[in-house]
Design a protein around this ligand. Structure first.
Ligand SMILES: [Zn+2]
Length: 1136
């Protein structure tokens, strides 16, 4: 909130005050005695020196000249008005003139603007509110402006432009309250101002604006003034603008609003921006003290040690120049003073550990800014981090500084230019004008209807990247303006949501929401298009090609750049979320109804919206609360199923509604052999409850055996299909299908069905196919379930065609479709064979399970993949109870004639897609029990173990079966995967020995002879090591701090699953921990020693080893595996 020229105390102190004679208006020769007072911003005169409110004020910024005119008189000349004063003596006149001239010069220097360009006292920043008001005691209406923490009174609009007013009221002593429908009082200790507005609504807006001024006045004083107590902090650290009221709390510099905007644009990893005025809670005594000690002085000695004059910033620098400079300064560290240890990581870290125990904050700043690791290991387990060392030494300011820089990224000259700022390179110039209806801007979402009376007609002009609104088309000064570069979101509420039929919302960076309305749809669309064009950069202009409900920029993380959020451009149309990322990859739109997961993580201030699609995860960060909340609601609404047609449901991968898929899958797993399946009805209440929850959010419903009866599920599915307003075969085509059933020639009939099928909407087509395929399977088991094709047709005919079942036409269609399933749906041999095998396996498993209830039951058929999960790599294999992982591996390799060479380390992995983890089975592990425990998200794959060699080498070079050290730790506090885990990753000290994995919050230790710290404290947690299952990888949703994570699963005796996530700093560390786990769990035998596996002279397979889990391995491995996930996996191999 820049304020020109007003401002808090430091500049409002009187420069000169005293009695002068002033000549009265309109040619009278009688001079009147006035008390005249000059401060940095205003020349004011009062009736007496006891008055709080002036008769007149003249903005110093508007004074063009001060000249002597004889008789101890002098004139103060503004753009078109002259004020004459007479002093008691020549000496006194000289003093006044000098003081005035000096004030003018300083004012200009401060504004760095030639006086000619100043159009009025309001300067470059629009008032929060301005307009006409009646004031009791004045004949004519006054022009009143609420600017920053002042309420300024002018005789009229013209005076307002000229910067010559009656008086202004400092709102730090003000209080407003309403009196009646249109009137309100502004009360101060010196006087009560009784205002009357035009309407009740205007009165409300005035009250809001004045209350805002009070809040600003009250918040200004405290923190800002304390921080400005040190001279360098009184000017923006970056551009030199006066009275900077923002700060970067990690860089520890005080900055102006304009620079703050650019700081924020660099991301919180570079600069954490807070307001001195508005974020009052942030400003603890310690932080204020830190700013007094470091602040702009020390900050610039380090960050701006060598700024070439040509690259320096001015308060008036353009946004583009500002951005260039700030990125060079903080992102690249281009101007910083290099620490002598620069480039030598170890010594930097050591120096940091030493510095934090002293009071030398500038040294800490220099070390961190040159790359010292804020979380580096000090070598002292008692105080393992710099923060702990500072704490030990009682250095609270050092601690504060370290804490604020915990996540700061080290500037790098070689850093690729951040691309996220493309949008602001050059914004297209768009011009548009016309009348719009506008409400007062709001600081929160508009949940309820705004009545027509709340809108005021405004003349709006969009030009040169600014949207200005005026009282009327003749007005010269806008009531306010919105800069296109500050617009972050544009949203179009549904028609008739507010009092105007067509409305749109504009969200700004400053967290304000402006609502505009129009009666004409065309005019509204035109405005939306023009505003969108004005704030969307060329990079993202593709988003403008279609209508949207919401459009804007948001910080996001996706793909490989999970470290630092970037700004992307998003648009929402229906259930499609389009995104344009500065990385340049053209992303497919996200189908919100097809999301596998949509959740919100984090607490109030740092919320993250997580969207998981099949192979990608997108995080949208809630940096700005207002537009983020808007997006959140819109995305949630778009992702929920809404509507009558199948395609408006939540959809699965193959375009089948999740609701259908869930039911069919459950019946396939549990109901194929259930007698009378689909004929028997479930319990009405249970069926209804289930259907309701499926309709609400099918994705989140998990059908579990034992909890749901198959008949309830089958009834829910039938009910859903029967109640579909448009029906599965659509209203339009229903009759054609029924007619087709009467064609006598079978061949002709089938081809007619094919024809009709092709005409269905894609989602309906896919659903018909899935359903008939399912019924085909059901009838395969008619021996047990008594549901042959005919019986199924009797049930499903009327359901799918929504008929009363009087005639059999509908039934015949269903019967035909099942009988001719293979032909009608062009099912190929392979597909059919696979389907049969799957079903057989399921049924066998169930039969075996119920027959004996133990693991010793017959053979299981299981699908195992070679190298990667894809159809061509699939093997169905019988798993006898005695089979080990090694035997399974050899069997698969044998079948595919894969030669095994030394150091290939072929291993069977258990992969959990949902958790994004994998676990190499130990060669001696029995496979069958693992199969029993595999969820639907898991599968087995045989591939080379990429780090076995490194692990064996590590183990060979180490004696003993223990390991200890720091890891980042996070706990999954939810049971059975219900709910979301809470909290983040925290540093913990771990000790792993032959019996336990123990975790310590802090350790007070003494090194024992073997270097293992002996803890005098009880561990925070401990787990018996042999009952742990250790998986490689941590799911991305949890935002692991590094890509070298482990997921540790512990099943308690009560069969409760607990999960812990551990993250290592390096890949080597990960391998060491994992190797030690293997070593401990398998008594030192990690890999079979006898070389039976090597031999067979078959040429090497051409498949590369594609890692399945992106969160593992080197950057390159990750890239490849992510690419493999994102695209057709085969393309990767073909290119290789
Ligand atoms: Zn600045």
């Amino acid at each position: 909130m820049d304020r020109l020229p007003g401002g808090p105390t430091p500049t409002t102190q009187a420069i000169k005050a005293g009695w002068l004679d002033k000549n009265p208006p309109q040619g009278s020769y009688i001079y009147q005695k006035r008390w005249v007072r000059l401060d940095a911003n205003y020349l004011r005169y009062f009736d007496s020196n006891k008055d709080a409110y002036s008769k007149r004020f003249i903005s110093v910024a508007c004074i063009s000249r001060v000249t002597a005119i004889g008789d101890q008189k002098f004139e103060v000349i503004t753009n078109n008005r002259t004020f004459a004063f007479r002093a008691e003596s020549d000496a006194e006149r000289k003093e006044w003139m000098q003081a005035l001239q000096q004030a003018v010069i300083e004012q200009r220097a401060r504004a760095r603007l030639p006086s000619a360009s100043l159009s009025g006292v309001q300067g470059s920043e629009p008032p929060d509110r301005a307009g006409s008001l009646e004031l009791r005691g004045f004949k004519n209406k006054l022009y009143v402006a609420v600017v920053g923490d002042q309420v300024q009174l002018y005789k009229n609009l013209e005076e307002y432009h000229l910067g010559v007013g009656i008086t202004f009221i400092d709102m730090s002593v003000g209080n407003v309250k309403e009196v009646d429908r249109r009137s309100f009082d502004l009360t101060t200790p010196y006087r009560i101002f009784s205002f009357s507005a035009e309407s009740e609504q205007e009165k409300e807006q005035w009250l809001e604006a004045m209350q805002g001024a009070i809040a600003e006045a009250l918040s200004t004083s405290e923190v800002a003034e304390r921080i400005w107590a040190v001279a360098p902090n009184r000017f923006c650290a970056d551009c030199g603008a006066a009275q900077p009221d923002w700060a970067s709390i990690n860089l520890c510099v005080v900055i102006c609003k304009r620079c703050a905007g650019e700081h924020r644009g660099m991301g919180a990893g570079i600069s954490k921006v807070r307001s001195l005025k508005m974020d009052r809670k942030v400003w603890t005594e310690t932080l204020i003290e830190l700013f007094l000690q470091l602040g702009n002085g020390a900050g610039n000695r380090f960050w701006a040690a060598s700024v070439p004059p040509s690259e320096a910033l001015q308060p008036s620098s353009s946004p583009a120049a500002r951005r260039r400079h700030l990125e060079a300064k903080y992102l690249e560290g281009k101007y910083r003073r290099y620490h002598p240890l620069f480039g030598n990581q170890e010594e930097l870290d050591e120096a940091l550990c030493a510095a934090v125990t002293t009071t030398d904050l500038a040294e800490t700043q220099a070390l961190l800014g040159c790359g010292a690791g804020v979380n580096c290991f000090s070598g002292d387990p008692e105080a393992p981090t710099p923060l702990a060392l500072a704490e030990q030494a009682g250095q609270t300011l050092q601690m504060e500084f370290l804490r604020n820089n915990r996540t700061t990224e080290v500037p790098r000259l070689d850093l690729m230019k951040p691309l996220e700022k493309h949008y602001s390179i050059v914004l297209p110039t768009v011009s548009h004008s016309g009348f719009l209806y506008k409400t007062a801007s709001a600081g929160k979402l508009l949940q309820d209807r705004r009545a027509r009376e709340e809108f005021s007609r405004r003349w709006c002009v969009l030009s040169d990247g600014v949207l200005s609104y005026y009282e009327n088309e003749r007005a010269v000064t806008p009531n306010g303006e919105i800069r296109a570069s500050e617009i972050v979101c544009l949203a179009v509420p549904p028609p008739d949501f507010h009092g105007f039929e067509h409305t749109f919302e504009v969200y700004t960076e400053g967290e304000r929401l402006y609502l505009f309305g129009l009666e004409s749809a065309d005019l509204a669309r035109e405005w939306v298009k023009c505003i969108a064009k004005a704030f969307v950069p060329p990079l993202a202009e593709d988003l403008l090609a279609r209508d949207f409900e919401r459009l804007g920029r948001l910080p996001y993380k996706a793909g490989l750049s999970l470290q630092r959020p970037q700004e992307g451009w998003f648009s929402l149309t229906g259930s499609e979320l389009r995104a344009i990322f500065p990385e340049g990859t053209c992303e497919e739109p996200l189908q919100l109804r097809k999301l596998q997961e949509l959740s919100i993580q984090g607490d109030g201030e740092n919320q993250v919206l997580v969207l998981v699609e099949r192979r990608r995860t997108l995080y949208i960060q809630g940096e700005r609360r207002l537009d983020f909340t808007g997006w959140l609601g819109a995305i949630q609404r778009a992702a929920a199923s809404s509507g009558d047609t199948l395609s408006e449901q939540q959809l699965g991968d193959s375009d089948i509604p999740v609701i259908v898929y869930r039911c069919v899958d459950y019946i396939t797993q549990c109901g194929l052999t259930s007698e009378g399946i689909y004929r028997k009805c479930g319990q009405t209440s249970k069926t209804q409850r289930l259907l309701e929850s499926l309709r609400q959010d099918a994705r989140s419903v998990r059908l579990k055996e034992g909890e749901q009866h198959v008949d309830d599920v089958s009834s829910a599915l039938k009910r859903f299909l029967r109640d579909l307003p448009d029906g599965l075969f659509t209203r339009a085509q229903r009759l054609s299908w029924l007619e087709a059933s009467e064609i006598e020639d079978e061949e002709e009939k089938v081809s007619r069905y094919q024809e009709l099928l092709a005409r269905l909407p894609p989602v309906n087509r896919a659903t018909v196919k899935a359903l008939i395929s399912h019924l085909y399977c059901v009838q395969c088991f008619s021996d047990t379930n008594q549901m042959n094709t005919h019986n199924l047709a009797i049930v499903f005919g009327p359901t799918l065609f929504q008929t009363d079942g009087q005639d059999y036409k509908a039934g015949r269609v269903v019967e035909d479709l099942i009988s001719h399933y293979v032909v009608v749906f062009s099912v190929d041999e392979e597909e059919l064979r696979k389907q049969r095998e799957e079903i057989t396996a399921i049924v066998k498993m169930r039969v075996a399970g119920t027959a004996s209830g133990t693991q010793h039951a017959g053979d299981f058929i299981c699908t195992v993949y070679l190298e990667e999960k894809k159809a061509e790599a699939e093997q169905h294999i019988k798993i006898p109870a005695s089979m080990t992982a090694e035997e399974l591996t050899m069997e698969i390799l044998d079948r595919r004639s894969v030669s095994v060479r030394e150091k290939d380390y072929w291993t069977c992995f258990e992969v959990n897609e949902r958790e994004e983890t994998e676990r190499p089975l130990h060669f001696a592990e029995k496979v069958l029990p693992i199969l029993h425990g595999l969820g639907t998200d898991s599968y087995l794959v045989v591939k080379k173990h990429p780090s076995m060699e490194a692990m064996l080498l590590y183990l060979a070079s180490h004696v003993g079966d223990t390991k200890h050290g720091m890891m980042k730790f996070r706990e999954d506090r939810s049971l059975l995967g219900l709910g979301l885990p809470s909290g983040g990753f925290h540093d913990r000290y771990f000790i792993l020995n032959s019996s336990y994995l123990r975790l310590y919050k802090e350790i007070r230790t003494q090194r024992t002879w073997n270097g293992v710290p002996e803890t005098s404290h009880r561990p925070e947690k401990e787990w018996p090591v042999k009952s742990l299952k250790v998986y490689l990888g941590v799911k991305k949703k949890l935002r692991p701090p590094t890509c070298w994570g482990l997921t540790v699963v512990h099943e308690t005796e009560k069969h409760e699953k607990q999960q812990w996530y551990l993250c290592c700093e390096t890949q080597m560390e990960l391998r060491e921990w994992f190797a030690t786990f293997l070593f401990v769990q398998h008594d030192g035998l990690v890999w079979p020693s006898e070389p039976s596996r090597v031999s067979r002279a078959v040429p090497e397979v051409r498949l590369g080893s594609v890692s399945l889990i992106p969160l593992r391995g080197t950057e390159n491995e990750m890239r490849r595996s992510v690419a493999a996930f994102a695209a057709d996996p085969l393309s990767l191999l073909r290119n290789a």
